[in-house]
Write a protein that binds this ligand. Structure first.
Ligand code: C2E
Ligand code: CA
Ligand code: CA
Length: 479
């Protein structure tokens, strides 16, 4: 009897132990699965992450080489996501990303690998595209068409409809030796090419893109070096009112060790693409403030106002204001001395997120000038919602003003509406007496800037010019 009870007890105990063991094993398996899932998935969309994608790409490259079959990597970047995200908030942005992830997934075959690398950047790996290049290209085009049309319809988030387009860069791979990093870079640069070509389209990588890419990388490196080695400097172009110099526009130049002085048209775009403009722009602002500080000690120069050009990328940086305030405080720049030139197209494309920034800058005593006015198709009434102090009429309207009646009418209208709104007007790019006369006939008091009055000059030469003109036209600043 005793033996029987003992046996039973032992049996129960063993059962208990094994149940616990099973439980623990189950727990372990679950934890393992969860960590495993997290390790290879993107948390927001549930798509694969970069880590998993690269593992799969490694395998794919190996297999493509072995079986001599084509495959492709597609970089997908949403064209207008940043604006949507900035204007509607991150929650709506996240919801939209999830929705798009789902649509992209549905447009692909089960065996294609779709990953999100972060932000609005999706990447696709497509294998088994056959042994013939033409065939592979055709097949990829089919995939791309499906992807683009899957997201072409409006997406509804919080009862609002969002229209989204994407730019796609494609890099094919085959048997040749190719590095993972290279193929990703190719797809990425083809994607940039698609953006450059006007967005909402797909571009195949080709060696010409590679060449441009190489040039861009080289440029980036030398811009970075140039900043470190103090190769950039500012020149100052006079702004004239009633004959006197009342201000200057600071324009950046690059004195490169090998190539000599390089104009901004050859490097600003590169600096923007690589975001180096953020560092360069900070240096420019600092240099401009240094100059204003230097002028403060001079009875004539202290009346000169200085304008600085700001790029979209710079102004959109979240700490732009803090940086600017720090510089202004450091050099003790008084209210109304420094003017920021922002292009009309920048204002149009980022108006929602820029409005607050511009209002705060203006409250802090900075002047705001709208650069290249007339090229961005905005209405003056619309611009009234921004605290804009100065309107710079683009050179293209000044060029033929003495010949073209419609340019005269246009400039006349701009001046009268701008002045109604309390904005000062600057006519840019005045090169000859005929243009000057035509402008004077419309409004003799507006500010003019152009080669007729002076090319952009190095600091000291500009200072001399101010003093000479001041002797000629009388001292009192009036602006
Ligand atoms: P922008 O802001 O419209 O600057 C005026 C440009 O027109 C300057 O060219 C100036 O030299 C030129 N200009 C002035 N008067 C005349 C004229 O009578 N006739 C002609 N044909 N041109 C005239 P620059 O210095 O080569 O600058 C070109 C552009 O590069 C600027 O256009 C601006 O968008 C950008 N840029 C220049 N400096 C900076 C800078 O410091 N920061 C940033 N972000 N952009 C800059
Ligand atoms: Ca400008
Ligand atoms: Ca301009």
């Amino acid at each position: 009897m005793r033996e029987k009870i003992k046996k039973q007890l032992l049996h129960n105990l063993l059962l208990e132990v094994s149940k616990r063991y099973d439980y623990i094993m189950e727990q372990n398996a679950r934890i393992f699965e969860e960590t495993n899932y997290k390790a290879i998935h993107d948390e927001l969309t549930g798509l694969y992450n970069r880590f998993y994608f690269i593992e799969q790409l490694k395998k794919a490259l190996y297999l493509a080489q072995r079986h001599q079959r084509y495959g492709a990597v597609l970089f997908i970047d949403l064209d207008n996501f940043k604006v949507i995200n900035d204007t509607t908030g991150h929650k709506a942005g996240d919801a939209l990303l999830k929705m798009i992830a789902k649509k992209l997934k549905n447009a692909l075959r089960e065996e294609d690998v779709l990953a999100r690398f972060g932000g609005d950047e999706f990447v696709v790996l497509v294998e088994d595209l056959g042994e013939d290049e033409g065939q592979a290209v055709k097949l990829v085009r089919g995939v791309v068409d499906k992807l683009l049309s899957s997201i072409a319809y409006g997406h509804i988030v919080d009862q609002k409809v969002y229209q989204v387009t994407a730019s796609i860069g494609i890099a094919l791979f085959h048997h040749g030796e190719i590095e993972i990093d290279d193929i990703l870079r190719y797809a990425d640069s083809a994607m940039y090419e698609a953006k450059r070509k006007g967005k909402s389209q797909a571009v195949f990588f080709n060696p010409m893109i590679e060449e441009r890419l190489q040039r861009r990388l080289l440029m980036e490196t030398s811009i970075r070096q140039g900043i470190d080695e103090g190769e950039f400097f500012l020149v100052y172009q006079p702004q004239i009112k009633n004959g006197r110099i009342i201000g200057a526009e600071a324009l950046v130049r690059w004195n490169n060790a090998e190539r000599g002085v390089i104009p901004p048209s050859e490097f600003i775009a590169f600096a923007e693409e690589s975001r180096l403009i953020i560092v360069l722009g900070e240096w420019i602002l600092q240099e401009a403030c240094k100059t204003l500080k230097r002028w403060e000690k001079d009875p004539i120069l202290k009346n000169i106002k200085l304008s600085v050009n700001c790029s979209a990328i710079e102004v959109m940086e979240s700490d732009f204001e803090q940086k600017l305030m720090r510089i202004l405080t450091r050099y003790g720049i008084g209210r109304g001395k420094l003017c920021l030139e922002i292009t009309e197209s920048l204002l149009m494309s980022h108006h929602a997120s820029l409005a607050d920034v511009i209002h705060r800058l203006s409250e802090f005593g900075l002047k705001i000038a709208l650069d290249d006015f007339g090229t961005g198709y905005s209405s003056l009434a619309y611009l009234k919602s921004f605290p804009i102090n100065i309107l710079k009429i683009d050179r293209s309207f000044i060029e033929d003003i003495y010949l073209d009646r419609s340019d005269q009418t246009l400039v006349q209208a701009i001046v009268s509406v701008a002045e109604d709104f309390g904005m000062q007007v600057v006519a840019e790019g005045v090169e000859n007496k005929e243009q000057e006369q035509a402008i004077r006939a419309i409004a003799d008091h507006i500010v003019v800037q152009g080669f007729l009055y002076g090319k952009p000059l190095p600091l000291e030469a500009f200072e001399t010019a101010v003093k000479e003109r001041s002797a000629e036209y009388g001292k009192e600043g009036d602006a």
